[in-house]
Write a protein that binds this ligand. Structure first.
Ligand code: ADP
Ligand code: MG
Length: 262
């Protein structure tokens, strides 16, 4: 079976006036269709670079990246993205922020004027599934950080992408809000069934959400450990206190410590 996301022997060197930086070297990673994958690693190890490669924003220096069997050679349309900063446009309402990808991505773009009413209903329905019913007409600055991040997830999903790429989306939130958002993401994934690549430095977040965790080395980053998460689904936050969960976190921490000492 071919992987849905296939990163094969990728090296990425950023060329700059002050010298070259090799962010990734010989990195390989495969993600199955519908799989929830987490990538964890220290700051600067190339996690965001990995996201840019998969979404076609940068090209590998060596190796290849393919999505659903096709080589990635430019920005991809089948992915939705969300980042640490929700990046909502302050002059647009929440609903109009969520609608943004439909104004850009075909085939929605050409239908946008004619279908605006239906699209708006769809955005509002999606907002309701993440607990933002009735907030569509508000502006981003009227919402808490956690609510803005919920809206940002809706914007990433409004065009029904097959792949959701998340770059430390909950890193700026307080611990309680972060755990609420884990559950929001879990529910969206279980309901819609897209493929996820979640970049995080939070091992608990990775273990709670993912089917598979890939641990990256320090720069130049490569995958040093891949671990299946066997915890049964559906998972709720109580699982974080179970021995199997705690053991998994210990094991991953141990691998990261060994790697740092090496
Ligand atoms: N556009 C760029 N030009 C030059 N160097 C970059 C660029 N983007 C990232 N880097 C460098 O590449 C390395 C990996 O960065 P990044 O992928 O952002 O790591 P992470 O997301 O894991 O923190 C870092 O050393 C960073 O400084
Ligand atoms: Mg990053």
């Amino acid at each position: 079976m071919t992987a849905f996301v296939d990163i094969d022997g990728v090296t990425l060197t950023y060329r700059g006036a002050s010298g070259d930086v090799t962010a990734l070297r010989g990195t390989s990673l495969a993600v199955g269709r519908g799989e929830f994958t987490a990538v964890v690693g220290p700051s600067g190890c190339g996690k965001s670079t990995l996201m840019r490669l998969v979404t076609g924003l940068v090209r590998p220096t060596e190796g290849r990246v393919s999505l659903d069997g096709a080589a990635v050679d430019g920005p991809v349309k089948i992915a939705g993205m969300a980042f640490q900063n929700p990046n909502l446009l302050p002059w647009r309402t929440v609903t109009d922020n969520v609608l943004l990808p439909l104004e850009i991505v075909e085939p929605y773009r050409r239908r946008f004027r004619a279908e605006k009413k239906q699209y708006k209903e769809r955005a509002e329905a999606l907002l309701a599934t993440v607990g933002l019913a009735g907030f569509g007409d508000r502006f981003p600055w009227e919402l808490s950080g956690g609510m803005q991040q919920r809206a940002s997830l809706c914007r990433a999903l409004i065009h029904e992408p097959e792949l959701l790429m998340l770059d430390e989306p909950f890193a700026a939130l307080d611990a309680f809000t972060r755990e609420e958002l884990w559950c929001v993401l879990r529910d969206l994934w279980e309901r819609i069934g897209f493929t996820v690549v979640l970049v995080t430095h939070d091992l608990r977040e990775a273990a709670f959400l993912a089917d598979t965790i890939h641990v990256m080395s320090a720069r130049p980053g490569r995958i040093v450990t891949t671990r299946q998460v066997e915890l049964p689904r559906p998972r709720d936050l109580e699982v974080c206190f179970e021995p199997a969960f705690v053991d998994l976190i210990h094991e991953l921490r141990g691998r990261i410590a060994e790697m740092r000492a090496a």
